[in-house]
Design a protein around this ligand. Structure first.
Ligand code: PBG
Length: 323
């Protein structure tokens, strides 16, 4: 009670503030998304994601070295698939010499200790731009899960440490776990996008991979952003099915969900600060309206404070340089 208690005593100097700081951000917290494209000598900037690039495999080598030297030891791979290889069933996703499979090998050849996580979903491979197989305008659940399971095995064979299903089909974690185990990939982990919302913050990412849905939206599989308890249900189900890491996505608008999960589950929680969040800060900073680095660090700390163990972020390199 005032005047016995004066909270400002603990804020008087940087030294005391650091002593009582509750949350610490380090480079170990980051998972860096990496976009890969076909071709040679390609490092192309994504228009809606200034400062972020797609790399051809030869250029990827350099980027992986840079990440490793900055202390970033985990990457999440995404591939941009040429249009002529896209179909309804995502057949190309299973090609053992496909772009993803070659990208995994490239990373492992370049930095053998880099943890490689791979995106598992059909949308970059789908002629419809959907995360599942389409029939009569609907997304088929179980048929899609069968492909995702095979895709996961294919990534594990190429050397992936973790597969990261981002599709939101029901039951896919169990089927993927079973498929991996049958093929003896018992050590391959699963990071489940367990609470993934149907969000308008994914726009720039869909530019990056040319993967926007050709019809409709993703609301029949991604979650309604009005819902909170559903996130807990989805996440508990994924943990029961065998998820090693669970995820909330997007990030900043969903910190309440991160905290709900932190208070409910004992499984490590990842949060994905998505492309639209990155784009917003870049745009505002470019206008001189926000202090880029200060706002970036404030947001990254907020994810940890909310309860995230892992932050998938396009700011990984910039933050690592500051930290
Ligand atoms: C698709 C996928 C998306 C993202 C990651 N995986 C987009 C979507 O669901 O349409 C978004 C990531 C971002 O916006 O940074 N399976």
């Amino acid at each position: 009670m005032y005047p016995l208690t004066r909270y400002r005593r603990l804020r008087q100097s940087e030294a005391v503030r650091n002593l009582v700081k509750e949350t610490h951000l380090t480079v170990n917290d980051f998972l860096a998304p990496v976009f890969v494209t076909e071709g040679k000598g390609i490092k192309e900037e994504i228009a809606s994601m200034p400062g972020y690039y797609r790399y051809s495999l030869d250029e990827l080598t350099q980027e992986i070295k840079e990440l490793w030297n900055l202390g970033i030891k985990s990457v999440l791979l995404f591939v941009k698939v040429p249009d002529n290889l896209k179909d309804n069933k995502g057949t190309e996703a299973l090609n053992s010499n496909g772009l993803m499979q070659r990208a995994i090998k490239t990373v492992k050849d370049t930095a053998p200790n880099m943890l490689v996580m791979t995106d598992v979903a059909l949308d970059p491979f789908s002629s419809f731009g959907h995360d599942g197989i389409v029939a009569d305008g609907k997304i088929l659940n179980d048929e899609t899960v069968a492909v995702l399971s095979q895709m996961s095995v294919s990534h594990a064979m190429a050397g992936a440490d973790f597969v990261a299903p981002s599709d939101m089909m029901d039951g896919r974690i169990l089927r993927i776990r079973q498929a991996l185990d049958i093929e003896n990939f018992t050590d391959t982990g699963i990071m489940s996008y367990s609470a993934k919302y149907a969000s308008s913050f994914y726009g720039p990412f869909r530019d990056a991979l040319d993967s926007a849905p050709g019809f409709g939206d993703k609301k029949t599989y991604q979650m309604d952003f009005a819902n909170r308890e559903e996130a807990i249900r989805e996440t508990l189900a994924d943990i029961e099915e065998g998820a090693d890491i669970v995820m909330v996505k997007p990030g900043l608008c969903y910190l309440d969900i991160v905290r709900d999960l932190k208070n409910t589950v004992q499984t490590p929680i990842a949060v994905y600060q998505v492309s639209g969040e990155y784009a917003m800060l870049k745009a505002a900073a470019n206008k001189g309206w926000l202090d880029h680095d200060a706002v970036m660090l404030e947001q990254l700390i907020a994810f940890k404070r909310a309860g995230a163990a892992i932050i998938a972020t396009y700011f990984a390199k910039e933050a690592a340089r500051i930290l």
